[in-house]
Design a protein. Structure first.
Length: 83
């Protein structure tokens, strides 16, 4: 009886972990969550952000097309643009 119970709990714990790993580690965040706006804020804009991909006007962390002159709360100035 004890052996069956242990097997049951091991199986349940493995199933729980496997459901955790089905979420993509590269999932992008919705624009609303990061307060994305298509205009710069305090001179900061997406085209100078570390996360911005200029070739496709996309962001590595925010879903959808991104305006190069936009801004969001996860803005982080790329080192090549630092003065």
């Amino acid at each position: 009886m004890k052996k069956e119970r242990r097997h049951f709990f091991k199986t349940i714990s493995v199933l729980g972990l496997s459901s955790f790993y089905t979420t993509s580690l590269y999932a992008k965040t919705a624009k609303e969550i990061v307060h994305y706006q298509p205009t710069p804020k305090d001179g900061n804009k997406c085209q100078e952000c570390l996360h911005f991909i200029a070739a496709t006007n996309e962001c590595t962390t925010v879903e959808g097309k991104i305006d190069p002159n936009g801004w969001c709360t996860i803005y982080f100035k790329h080192p090549k643009f630092k003065k």
